[in-house]
Write a new protein. Structure first.
Length: 285
């Protein structure tokens, strides 16, 4: 009679955790952060059909990394749950905390009961009336849920991205400033020889929960709208050599001063009349 292979429960849980973490680390990262006008989702995604960022309900958004079929099933279940609860009771009764708790219970049960865990990491975000009222929840593969104030990073090198973004994050940032910060954070990892990468609009999936928008607050930023914001944030003003007092026309010295006597004879009346016009032309350029 063959002896059955024995593995301790601790070893089984460690193996499942390592398996799930390796699968999540292979995925591209996602940044979710709060800014002045709402909640911003920025994901590095080359596909235009398979979305990593989606809407759950009126003021609730969803972002995920990992295996697409697995987190897409979770997203669909969350949408059905929110619709059913909002129809049965009230739309205001559907909250991000409720959706996050359901996801945590589902992932926890899959992690402990099934042989293969889900290789996913999820963020559920709910936009509030002010920045301090925003709720960001991070749910990991084993069902652990964490309330992350202001910033959630997920994916392969989330710790490095979080460090690059958190040091410059401010609650009063505009959409352009927040988008620039998120894109720079995503581009700070994965480059050759540890050099930062420059991400373009066709490499990004961007969406927001607009705080000032009534009803359904979720909207995507694509095409020319996204390109215009990225070009505006990456454009730099042209450098002018030694801008200062030297560029401004100086008034002529008084004829009675020693400096005027030392510089030679006083300028003619015609030259004095032309100098302001020349200064005006320089200012108009």
């Amino acid at each position: 009679m063959a002896m059955q292979f024995y593995a301790s429960p601790e070893q089984i849980m460690r193996d499942r955790s390592e398996y799930a973490r390796k699968g999540i680390a292979r995925g591209r990262s996602v940044v979710v952060l709060s800014y002045e006008g709402g909640v911003l989702f920025v994901a590095e995604n080359l596909s235009t059909a398979l979305h990593k960022v989606s809407e759950i309900y009126d003021r609730i958004g969803f972002a995920a990394v990992g295996r697409y079929p697995e987190f897409e099933n979770l997203r669909s279940a969350g949408v059905r749950l929110a619709d059913l609860h909002g129809y049965s009771y009230s739309r205001r009764d559907v909250t991000g905390r409720q959706i996050a708790n359901v996801y945590a219970r589902t992932l926890g049960a899959i992690f402990t009961e099934q042989q293969k865990p889900f290789e996913v990491e999820i963020c559920v975000a709910e936009v509030g009336a002010a920045v301090e009222d925003d709720e960001l929840y991070r749910i990991t593969y084993d069902g652990s849920v964490q309330d992350e104030p202001g910033l959630v990073t997920m994916g392969g090198q989330s710790d490095a991205i979080s460090g690059a973004v958190k040091s410059r994050l401010r609650p009063d940032q505009t959409l352009a400033e927040a988008l620039k910060l998120a894109v720079e954070g995503l581009g700070s990892v994965g480059g050759e020889n540890s050099q930062p990468r420059k991400l373009t609009a066709n490499q990004l999936e961007v969406a927001v929960l607009d705080r000032n928008r009534p009803g359904r607050t979720f909207r995507r930023l694509t095409g020319l709208a996204l390109t215009a914001i990225l070009e505006d944030t990456t454009a730099k003003p042209a450098a002018t050599p030694e801008t200062g007092l030297e560029d401004k026309p100086q008034p002529p010295a008084s004829p009675s001063t020693p400096a005027d006597n030392a510089s030679g004879p006083a300028p003619s009346a015609g030259a004095a009349e032309e100098s302001p016009e020349a200064g005006d032309k320089q200012d108009d350029k």
